[in-house]
Design a protein around this ligand. Structure first.
Ligand SMILES: NC(=O)c1ccc[n+]([C@@H]2O[C@H](COP(=O)([O-])OP(=O)(O)OC[C@H]3O[C@@H](n4cnc5c(N)ncnc54)[C@H](OP(=O)(O)O)[C@@H]3O)[C@@H](O)[C@H]2O)c1
Length: 162
């Protein structure tokens, strides 16, 4: 486990993450929470999540993972494999890193993460990407917020690896 590595995601009842390379839900309180957590820290994302956001996230160090060594994005750090990202995190113990998706990136990094911030939406959706299953028993669970927006309830839960 890496103490300065966290993960943040918004998921449906069946772990739905996204559809058509876009988010499923865009709740203002959730977006605000995401911004508060990640601002002034480092965000780590897959190339498709970067495309889906449509640019780098301001006021944050952006790490983008791609297999294509030619891809170069202004004001972002490019990595071509997971191991070199882990090395970079370990070399920067004073920074906080947030894994921000998508599915394969979450799956690989989840076991290394000290904290997970999951926005759990009380709804289902026709998705094509899913968040990985994980064992909640390995974590201490704190419900941080309960919200109701767009006729949908959701809660923001912090999971801290025991
Ligand atoms: N609900 C949420 O919280 C949330 C968060 C983030 C994203 N999303 C959604 O998730 C979807 C995008 O996620 P996704 O899973 O399709 O894609 P993704 O994980 O964002 O990006 C996949 C890309 O990452 C690169 N990659 C993956 N594994 C790699 C490895 N081992 N080494 C090097 N590069 C690697 C590859 O880029 P190249 O093809 O360039 O090589 C791959 O095509 C969208 O719908 C988005 O809206 C939802």
């Amino acid at each position: 486990m890496i103490n300065n590595l966290y993960l943040i995601a918004c998921i449906g009842k069946n772990n739905e993450l996204g559809a058509n390379n876009d988010l499923i839900w865009k709740f203002s309180n959730d977006m605000k929470f995401f911004k508060e957590k990640t601002i002034n820290n480092t965000v780590i994302m897959g190339r498709k999540t970067y495309e889906s956001i449509g640019g780098i996230l301001p006021k944050r160090e952006n790490i983008i993972i791609t297999r294509n060594k030619e891809t170069d994005i202004d004001n972002a750090l490019m990595f071509n494999d997971y191991e070199s990202v882990i090395k970079y995190i370990n070399n920067n113990p004073n920074k906080i890193f947030y894994i921000i998706g998508g599915s394969s990136i979450y799956k690989y990094f989840l076991p290394f993460c000290k904290k997970l911030y999951l926005t759990e939406v009380n709804a289902n959706y026709e998705a094509n990407v899913y968040f990985p299953k994980f064992n909640k028993k390995d974590y201490k669970e704190n419900i941080l917020h309960d919200y109701y927006e767009d006729n949908t309830s959701y809660k923001i839960v912090e999971y801290i690896r025991k």
